[in-house]
Design a protein around this ligand. Sequence first.
Ligand code: ADP
Ligand code: MG
Length: 480
Amino acid sequence: MTQARLASCIPLPLEHKVLVTVIEKAKDWALMHGVGMRDKKHFTKDAIQIAPFVLLPSPFPRTEFNKAIELQPILNELMHKVAHDDDFLEHTLQNTLQVDEFTAKLFEIWVKVKDEGITQSLSLGLFRSDYLLQYPEGNKIKQVEFNTVASSFGAISSNLPDMSRYILRQLGHGDLIKNMPENRALSGLCSGIIEAYDLFGVPSAIVLFVVEEVSYNICDQRFHEFEISEKRPDIMIYRKTLNEIFEETTLNDKKQLMLEGYPVAVVYYRSGYEPAQYPSSKEWDARLRVERSSAVKCPSIHYQLAGTKKVQQALAAPGALEQFVRAELCARVRDIFTGLYSLDFDESGERAVDMALEDAERFVLKPQREGGGNNLYGADVRAALLRMRRARERAAYVLMERIVPPTVAGYVVRPGGAVPPPVTDLVSELGIFGVIIGTRDKIYCNRQAGHMLRTKLADANEGGVAAGLGALDSPYLLDA
Ligand code: ADP
Ligand code: MG
C-alpha cells in the first residue's frame, strides 16, 4: 500500500543559507535548554550533545490528537484495573511465563509479595500510550503499545514546543505557532510523584530514582529532579542503580525501605525494564526488597506486568475489554486497537501463524520486551515463525497487525550529522502521558499529563530516540 503524505507545516526545501543558519540557531537552543543526551561514543559526564530532533513540527490531525488526550484517563483506569485483577493477569500470562524468563521473574516477585501480604497498597503510574496514524483507515490513531514503566521523554518534550516556536519565528512563520499545543508533561508527571509522596505522609522521607549504570538520557531524568526540587524544596531525591539499592538499602521493622537513614516514600524506576538491567541475582533481590517495602512504587510490579505486550494482546481479544471498561466507553477504546493475535498453541494461535506466513509484511512480531529494537518485521517475521512453529518459544511473542502511517517531509538534525541534512520522508509516533495513583479499591488521581512526538525515517522499522533511531518532535495540529 502506498503511504499518504501529509503536508509539512511550511513548504520544503528551505533555501540552503536559511537552512544552515536556522539549524545553527536551533542546535544552540537545544543545547542551552537541555534538548540533549550524553554521547554514547565518547562518554563524559562533563558534556551533553544535542538529542536528535526534527527541525519543524510535524503535522498531526487535531481531532486524533484530542481523541488520544481524552482517552488517556480511560486507559489509565483500564490498566490500573487490569493490574489489580489477579486472575486476569495470571491467566493471560501463564503461557508466556513458561518461555519468557524475564516476565517469569517479575511474576515470581509479584506472587511472593502477594503471599507475604502487600505492605503498600498504593501504586503510582506514570504511563504513556503510544500511537501511529493508520493511513488505510483515514489517518485514525492506532495504539502501538502502552508503557507502564520508565516512560521517557516527557521532560525534554515539554521544552520542544518552545524550540519549535523559536525556529518558526526565525523562519518568519510566527503565525503558525497557534497550531502548536502546549505540553505540560514534565509538570504533570512530577506532580504525580509529589502527590504519591504526600500520600506516603512521612515528613523526612525521600524519593529514589532507580537508574542505569550509565544514564545517557540524563536531561530527561534530571529535569524531573529539578522540577520536583523547585516545587517542593523539602523533598530530597537520590539516584541509585539496582546494585546500589541492593548494597545500600535495608527494610526496617515497619517494612520501610531505608536509605542513608531516611525512609523512601516513592521509588521511580527509570531502569529495571529489561533483562540486561538485572545482570546478577543482586538486582533481582533489590527489586524484591523494594517491592516488599512500604515505598510507593512507580511502577509497582503488577503495573509492570499489566504493561506487557501479552496483556495488550489479551485486551484486544473479544470480550476482554468489557470486563474492565464501562460499556459506553468500550467502543471508543476498541477503536484504537489494531489486530493483535496470540501465538499460543491452540486453534487461534495456529490460525495466526498461518495468517502471518501468508503475508508477513502485514505484521509485526513482538516479544515481551521494552526499550526498542526487539520486534521483528516482514521477512524476519516469516523466518522466525517458520523456525518457532513447533517450539514453545512461540508463546513468548504476540503478533500485531502492522500500522501504516502517513509520511511527511522533514529535516532531522542529529549530533554530528550533515549540515544541512537532506529532506527525508518521516513518520511520527504520538505518546500521551498519564498519571494515576490508587489502590485496588480507590483511585486518588487520574489524568492525562501532556504528550511527546517522536519521528523516524519512513523506511525505518523503529524509531527509539534513546536508541539513536528516532528524533524528538512536536505536533503541528492540522484541522480537517
Ligand atoms: P518497545 O517496547 O520496544 O518500545 P513497541 O511496541 O513500542 O516496543 O515497538 C517499537 C517500535 O516499533 C514502535 O515505536 C514503532 O515504531 C514500531 N512498531 C511497533 N508496533 C508496530 C505496528 N503494529 N506497526 C508499525 N510499527 C510498529
Ligand atoms: Mg515503544
